[in-house]
Design a protein around this ligand. Sequence first.
Ligand code: C2E
Ligand code: MG
Ligand code: MG
Length: 701
Amino acid sequence: MKARKKLLIVEDNQLNREILCAILEKQYTVLQAGNGEEALDVLEKQKDAISLILLDVVMPVMDGYTFLEKMRDVPEYSSIPVIVVSQSDDEADESTALSHGASDFVVKPYNAQVIRHRVESIINLNESAAMMNLLRYDRLTGMYSKEYFYQSARDILMDNPDRQYDIICSDFENFKLVNEAYGMKTGDRLLRGTAELLGKDMRGKGICSHFNSDLFVCMLDHRESYSDDLFKQITDNINQLTSAKNIVVKWGIYVAKDRKVSIEQMCDWALETARSIKGQYGKYFAYYDDELRNRMIHEQEITACMEQALAEGQFHVWLQPKYRLDGAPLTDAEALVRWFHPDWGMQPPSVFIPLFEQNGFITKLDQYVWEEACRMIRNWDEAGFGAVNISVNVSRVDVYNIDLCSTMMGLIEKYGIEPKRLHLEITESVVTENPDLIIQTVKDLRGLGFVIEMDDFGSGSSSLNMLSRMPLDILKLDMQFIKSEMAKPAKDGILRYIIGLAHSLKFEVVAEGVETKRQMERLDAMDCDYVQGYYLAKPMEPKEMEKLLANHSVAKIVSENGPADEKEAPEEILFLIDEDDLVRREVPDIFRGSFQVEEAANEEEALTGVGMFGNRISVILMSLSLAKKNEGRLWETLQTENKVWNVPIILLGDADADAEEEALSMGADDFETMPCRSRSLQLRVEHVRGRKAGARKRRRT
Ligand code: C2E
Ligand code: MG
Ligand code: MG
């Protein structure tokens, strides 16, 4: 049986009320109120359960119009239809009633049939309008619903075949976290606020819709270009809406050129585009293009075959040695996964790991890699290779997905190895994302005896302060960070201090991506503990690793005559001693590729450099002013010091004849004027080296 609908009669005259009740109560449940105030009380209790109100205009306490105004102010009541009942059939009364928002107007005395008919038809009309609105508008934001947006967009595209449109789609990074951290109410407020912002920004330019949760879609008139500024501004405004800050929103744009593509597909592509730049700092929007399309197709192919690939053993675990710089034999390696696909060949992790992190498959793959690592440790123990430690990568997703402690314990128990043999590399970015969770997880894992390494340190934005809160064992410095540090003059870098800080916190330090001898030596000089990189060894199959272990291989820095790597830095050193920053910036570039350039900015650094590089220095460039400083003390030392006494020296000074004469009379091999001209300086270096070599030969004969 259908529930009876409820009506509310608001009328001060009891007799009139009873007449109306008698007319309507057969069909409806009738509630009564004697004036506007009582009526508001009834509404308050019944909320939106009332289907229609019959309202007298003239009443004590609160008249009908005042009541109408008040109820229209409350969103929950404002959609209840009202029929105004009046003594007179004056047209002015009728129009006043309608302008106050009444749906209809009837005149006393009551005509039962007319009343029943009006009530019924108004209720029906209102219900179908409400139904339409429900379909058309999203309840939370009041924006177009997804279905209605699709319909409207289709109509617009059809009616305007020659006009161009853009479909723009939003993707909030970690919207779920907003709900979790700040509560659903804040989440809802954020979405409503965003809808309002978009409505304002896009007014007159197209249509907008709230599809669901954090997904907003707009179809706007085509623009030739969009700027980061535009989207950055919207993001900034979104961040002002609630207490939830640091909200990152990415926008994907699909230019709706091909009208054969369905609107649903267009929106999907725009969304995929937005997602494709997730995590890319400073990038606010992207266009859907062929490259993205191909990538997405390839990603679909990968997703389709990954399970089978794992089952068939297409994933191999390779190892890259990590050498101790103190000369101890090799005992450490990192496990790095490789995919040998029957058609595509060997696939590096960069192709599939980000995708697996998105679709969750990484958790399965990682557990496979971890198990392989444990198996190798066990096998090598049995083969007598000595205690080899293997570090495995733990994806940020694993930290959320599984109970790392019990999974790891299960593995080491299965293979009967000690936890300290398995090192867990957790990337720095996960620490920035959710520090409290990760700190607790790391504490638990360390409590069980696992060794924790923080991977890619220096690549993200985790603070040094965070380091002191993190119970770590090993800090792994990011490859790019090492590279950029190595490009700076030794005294300008912060690497030395980071290593010092790590040591003071009792962490050991691994440098990743070491590609040249020079990098390795500088890291050694800075007291770095381990090096890993192509200069020493590339990732290799386990069999190759076994050979290294069997040979007790050690880092090249201590090996007598380590084989020269093709990428190795030039052996000969050009030593530049100059207090002028500009000179120290420019000169190394001139000799890149032909010398390893080492620098010193003062007397003290110069002496340290001589001590460190001594025999390998082939030529010295030095400012005349430093040569003359302290009555030529440094100059004297360079002339007499065993390691460098016969190394040619070119003095650098201002372009005046006196300076050149002074330099040559001090015994310099040549003089070059500053600012330097690169070709001239190169030629002088060649000359002085040739002359000295000749002189040495002559001396020997
Ligand atoms: P990562 O953990 O920072 O690993 C170091 C990456 O640097 C490896 O790349 C390694 O081959 C590369 N590399 C080492 N030395 C050098 C060098 O001297 N020069 C250069 N240019 N590169 C060097 P790979 O193997 O391609 O792995 C890339 C990333 O993929 C890894 O970065 C890690 O984050 C992830 N990954 C690899 N295997 C796994 C795995 O089994 N599970 C998970 N979750 N992630 C993995
Ligand atoms: Mg790693
Ligand atoms: Mg790394």
